[in-house]
Design a protein around this ligand. Structure first.
Ligand SMILES: [Ca+2]
Ligand SMILES: [Ca+2]
Ligand SMILES: [Ca+2]
Ligand SMILES: [Ca+2]
Length: 424
């Protein structure tokens, strides 16, 4: 691990020591009091950055498969500290110790109840000797999954069920997501794009013959949601954590409605970070228009459900980000465990064009093991190190990822360490 955790801890202590004085001076950020945010007041996180100029931040994404088959099940599972899958997921997070983390496939529960239970009953409890990990801040918001559209979106002649929802799901919020952070989240400046309509994206790939005119009017672009979550690394420094979970390009027909939606869900961020010319059409759930302020630092994270070379995503879907002029995609996170898994499992994996080192998911074939989980910083952020957490079978931690049926998830945690430029 290259991140200077000792420095981070010293920094945090000084922050606590200075918190009272700073609060008295009225300089602290607003306490995280909204129902969608957790934790303690945001103290003066930059108080002693003069003494510790390098701030290296680990950003991670993890599709943790913490979704359940019915509403309330995840809440019940997390209300005690002994759910085995949640323990293994927590240990993976603790072993990798990200500073800012997106968890995909985490059922949304209003008010953040599930997110708080996972944090307090699992992440804050050392699993198998791993150090506990403390996230004073988190963000959750509703997801389009499982929300009835009241239209026959899959054209099976019946209205209702998971495939006719605004995003595939058995109940509202299934397969949602949560952001955890050691740094304060600027809750007031979070932008969500849950309601953005697919038809409002110019030159979209919406399959017009598959959907009725009424359906085209109400379809939402995001299968879950798209969030711009500003992370306050320092009083002067904000990194926009741009998170989503585009729909898999599969489970559809020759019209490829899911592949097309996946492509456009990925395109949303490509346009958002590009320029006013490409992002002019964007509006958020509060009606504010436009994309990211040019020159802002960002990290795009999430299970994008698209491999650059293999699988069946729409042509060029993920290359919209990997080849983007504002995105630093130079050094893909990699693992040796994925190389070993590809060789052991054989089959379609041996026909893949992509280097197995970059695989992030252990899927049965088709499509086999592919690269779908990404942490993509802006070019303004220097990448120090990165990895996919996929240990080889001889590693004592290999059981955490395991083999099918997985003890944790079919996806692997992916992290990238970046250095913030103005703090050098
Ligand atoms: Ca239907
Ligand atoms: Ca229809
Ligand atoms: Ca398809
Ligand atoms: Ca592969």
């Amino acid at each position: 691990m290259t991140i200077d955790m000792t420095g981070f801890r010293i920094r945090k202590l000084s922050v606590l020591a200075l918190a009272a004085a700073t609060l008295a001076a009225g300089a602290a950020l607003a306490p995280a009091s909204a129902s969608t945010t957790g934790g303690q007041p945001a103290a003066a996180e930059s108080a002693n950055r003069w003494g510790k100029p390098d701030v290296d931040v680990r950003f991670a994404t993890f599709n943790a498969s913490l979704n359940r088959g019915a509403e309330g099940e995840l809440l019940a599972d997390l209300s005690t500290p002994d759910n085995e899958q949640a323990q293994v997921i927590a240990e993976i997070i603790q072993r990798n110790d990200p500073d800012v983390l997106l968890v995909n496939e985490f059922d949304y529960v209003e008010g953040g109840a599930a997110a708080e239970l996972f944090r307090d009953n699992y992440l804050a409890v050392g699993q198998n000797g791993a150090e506990p990990v403390d996230y004073p801040y988190y963000f959750v918001a509703p997801s389009n999954t499982g929300i009835p559209s009241d239209h026959d979106l899959n054209n099976d002649g019946v209205v209702g069920g998971p495939d006719d929802a605004f995003g595939f799901g058995l109940f509202p919020g299934q397969y949602g997501m949560v952001v955890y952070s050691k740094y304060p989240i600027d809750t007031a400046k979070v932008r969500t794009f849950q309601n953005f309509r697919w038809t409002d994206m110019p030159h979209n790939l919406l399959p017009t013959e598959f959907y009725s005119p009424e359906e085209r009017e109400i379809l939402r672009l995001s299968s879950k949601s798209h969030w711009d979550v500003p992370i306050r690394i320092d009083r002067k420094k904000t990194v926009h954590f741009l998170v989503s979970h585009p729909t898999p390009p599969t489970f559809d027909g020759p019209e490829d409605r899911n592949g097309r939606r996946n492509h456009d869900e990925i395109r949303f961020w490509a346009d958002y970070v590009d320029s006013k010319r490409t992002s002019y059409y964007i509006y958020d759930d509060d009606g504010r228009r436009g994309g990211l302020v040019p020159g802002s630092d960002f990290v795009i994270a999430g299970d994008q459900n698209a491999d650059p070379l293999d699988g069946d995503s729409y042509e060029g879907a993920i290359n919209q980000l990997l080849e983007h002029r504002a995105v630093n995609a130079k050094t893909p996170p990699a693992s040796e465990g994925a190389v070993e898994a590809s060789a052991l499992q054989g089959g379609i994996n041996l026909e893949h064009l992509g280097d197995p080192r970059f695989d992030t998911a252990d899927f049965a074939e088709p499509p086999g093991n592919i690269r779908v989980d990404y942490v993509l910083p802006s070019k303004s952020l220097r990448i120090l190190d990165s990895a996919v957490f996929w240990p080889v079978s001889s590693d004592p931690l290999s059981w955490l990822t395991g083999t099918y049926p997985f003890p944790s998830s079919d996806h692997r945690l992916v992290w990238v360490d970046v250095r913030l430029p103005h703090m050098r």
